[in-house]
Design a protein around this ligand. Structure first.
Ligand SMILES: [Zn+2]
Length: 257
């Protein structure tokens, strides 16, 4: 790659399949992961990461299609790379929180042990996003489909991490996008989002397609994951349901936050 190519910078870009890329940020704590899915008529950005790297440039270097975005939920590290005028699909409960997604002092998000590699050249913390750009926001809900032409992603409401957390299921390909509803490491379960029982129910839902899943695509950490882990996710869900508290399941865990 030539010098200055955005692909060489902040993002680890991996083509997982024809028309599917992972855009990981290993330089940030917990490694947020976004995905780009290309269909015959448009492409879908699944989450938009921290905004530390030039996400729009990376996306434009990968596809020439019109691009729309979906936020699996509203936490700042899902939205940072969104650019002005982009159409964003989001759950209605999450939409209400969009205005307050960035803390008053974003610089503190770069402090402590949050960075595990140098910031990209040209990144200016003082010019980093403080509020979202003007977006074309559309609410989505359970049962709707994000239609990309020859690829269709079903919207599943999978509360637990947040009240309006979504997962996406591309049945023909067997791609399951889970956001922060499931990933390796520590999943944070929100009390106001329904707590452990909501998360357990969402995990059961994810596990229900384990036989058809070819790529399990979490929103942070190691990705992609083998669908085999969904058998353990199902057993973990039973334990969460029974105890109503968090648990440590080896390479993944849940805490109430
Ligand atoms: Zn989150």
């Amino acid at each position: 790659m030539r010098e200055g190519n955005p692909l060489e910078g902040w993002y680890q870009v991996v083509r997982l399949a024809s028309g599917l890329w992972m855009l990981a940020e290993p330089g940030y704590r917990g490694c947020p992961v976004s995905y780009l899915v290309a269909g015959s008529s448009r492409a879908l950005l699944v989450d938009a990461g921290t905004g530390i790297g030039p996400l729009a440039e990376v996306v434009r270097s990968l596809v020439r299609l019109p691009v729309v975005a979906v936020a699996t939920h509203v936490h700042w590290d899902r939205l940072g790379g969104l650019w002005p005028g982009l159409r964003l699909y989001v759950d209605r409960r999450e939409r209400e929180r969009l205005a307050e997604v960035m803390p008053e002092d974003p610089r503190r998000l770069l402090g402590g042990d949050s960075l595990t590699r140098a910031l990209p050249q040209g990144f200016d913390p003082d010019r980093w996003w403080r509020q979202l750009p003007a977006l074309d926001i559309h609410e989505i809900a359970e049962g709707q489909v994000l239609d990309l032409g020859d690829r269709r992603l079903a919207v599943w409401e999978t509360p637990g991490h947040t009240a309006g957390s979504l997962s996406l299921w591309e049945a023909r390909e067997g791609w399951l996008f889970t956001g922060d509803t499931f990933h390796l490491g520590c999943v944070r379960c929100g009390e106001e989002a329904g707590g452990m029982r909501a998360l357990a129910s969402s995990w059961r839902r994810l596990a229900s397609v384990r036989g058809e899943t070819t790529l399990l695509l979490p929103g942070r950490g190691t990705a992609p994951l083998s669908s085999h882990i969904l058998e353990r996710v199902e057993r973990a869900a039973q334990q969460l349901e029974a105890t109503g508290t968090g648990g440590d399941f080896g390479d993944f865990a849940v805490i109430l936050s």
